[in-house]
Design a binder for this molecule. Structure first.
Ligand code: ZN
Length: 444
């Protein structure tokens, strides 16, 4: 018996940076894994406890968001048309002073609801009050890698607290939740704090999720202040002895890239192109990075710098941005964009063997995408349509860890009305900006 049979699907397959959609396939799931993908009809439907007729929709791996601050969705639309210093100092760090733990529980559910609707089944989230975020993930049925953010200024004692968070949640919800240490950035954590974080990560066997070299200006400021680039600081402090998820690295120098390329422990970069464009943070040359073998995954970042948590947009902006940046339209091809969105994002997320690919033995995180809309017709190239035409609303059904969590756009785990009803009365307090109450000051 199989637990779930998806019939009549096209299946996205990526092999050796070639992408194709295999027509007329059935996908059999047993428990939380894919058991078999076979031509339609080869698996007897009477052997399945449940079945879904995909009716020609495309099955692909759920998107993996490799860097986000999901509950910030509460503040989308605030902090518009400003540069990064004003974005932090006039908006974010005042708004965040209003946050109470319960806000994170509801803000997380809001962001997870949006991500499920866009086919995102996993997120590496870096935020505050993460016990509340974890409870939201448990409820949503999605996958998450959660880090409790730390600023050095709040004292070394937090490292023990967040290590306890990691030990409390790593492997929870049947393995859907993993946890990680999350010092904020080299510009908000001094060397001693970073060293202590690296030491703790080694001691408890955790990885580290951290922002670094977000802009070229940050790299310049770090060189002036510490005589080292932010990436050199992280290396010197032992951060890279742990598997590391680096957010951004837009300001990485050629020397920094060599450091990253030579590391023995896994390191991946979360690439968040909409934030970079919106806050004019500069742009990374992924063509060079990928040539060095550095893994790059897609990230949304928070919805105050992105406005959505939609990785279709991130994938499209990644392809378009690299063509424009390099002045060469042959760069960042469709198969490469799809590879970054799936296989490489799984690597950056730290589950390269389980996620990012539809094949027997992989975890069953599968989305069904309807390509029958006018904006896809005539469907001359499925893979081009995925990168350049598809919209979040084309995602019809979402399966995570073998469980259907959205069926034909109907949520089966989260309750939109309940989420809205709980957030609405919080917004007046959450929108306040008290100049005296910033939680931090941005200084690159
Ligand atoms: Zn971030």
């Amino acid at each position: 018996m199989v637990d779930l049979l998806i019939r009549n699907a096209k299946v996205l397959q990526l092999r050796d940076e070639k992408a194709q959609a295999l027509p007329d396939r059935d996908i059999a799931l047993r428990g939380n894994r894919i058991e078999l993908i076979a031509p339609t009809g080869a698996i007897d439907p009477s052997r399945a406890k449940k079945d879904i007729d995909a009716d020609g929709q495309l099955a692909m791996p759920g998107f993996i968001n490799t860097h986000a601050h999901v509950p910030m969705a509460l503040w989308r639309g605030l902090g518009e048309d400003v540069n990064i210093e004003s974005w932090f100092n006039d908006y974010i760090w005042h708004l965040e002073a209003n946050l109470v733990p319960e806000d994170v529980y509801w803000g997380m559910q809001l962001g997870l609801l949006e991500m499920i609707e866009a086919g995102v089944t996993a997120v590496a989230d870096h935020y505050w009050h993460m016990d509340y975020a974890a409870r939201a993930v448990e409820k949503a049925g999605t996958r998450a890698l959660l880090g409790q953010a730390m600023f050095g200024a709040n004292g070394i004692g937090q490292i023990e607290e967040t290590a306890a968070f990691v030990q409390r949640w790593d492997g929870a919800a049947g393995g859907r939740i993993r946890a990680i240490l999350a010092p904020h950035a080299p510009y908000t954590c001094d060397d001693d704090f970073l060293r202590a974080s690296a030491h703790k990560a080694e001691q408890i066997g955790s990885g580290i999720h951290i922002h670094a070299a977000e802009t070229r200006e940050q790299t310049q400021a770090s060189l002036a202040r510490r005589g080292q680039t932010p990436i050199e600081v992280l290396e010197d402090c032992g951060i890279f002895n742990a598997p590391t998820l680096l957010a951004h690295a837009v300001g990485a120098t050629a020397g920094d890239l060599e450091i990253l390329a030579d590391l023995r422990t896994p390191v991946g970069i979360a690439h968040c192109p909409k934030t970079y464009a919106k806050l004019a943070m500069g742009y990374n040359n992924l063509v060079e990075w990928r040539a060095l073998g550095i893994a790059v995954g897609l990230g949304s970042d928070g919805a105050v710098s992105n406005n959505t948590l939609d990785l279709w947009e991130a994938m499209r902006l990644t392809a378009l941005g690299q063509k424009q940046l390099t002045g060469d339209a042959e760069n960042l091809t469709i198969p490469q964009a799809l590879t970054i969105a799936t296989v490489e994002s799984a690597k950056v997320y730290g589950q390269p063997h389980d996620l990012g690919d539809l094949a027997a033995g992989k975890l069953a995180d599968i989305i069904l995408v309807d390509l029958s809309g006018t904006h896809h017709f005539p469907l001359n190239s499925v893979t081009a349509s995925l990168v350049y035409n598809a919209r979040a609303s084309d995602v019809r059904t979402v399966i995570c860890d073998g469980q259907v969590i959205m069926r034909e756009r109907e949520h089966l785990t989260l309750d939109k009305d309940e989420i809205i009803a709980n957030i609405a009365p919080r917004m007046e307090r959450l929108r306040r900006r008290d100049a005296a109450a910033g939680i931090q000051t941005y200084k690159p």
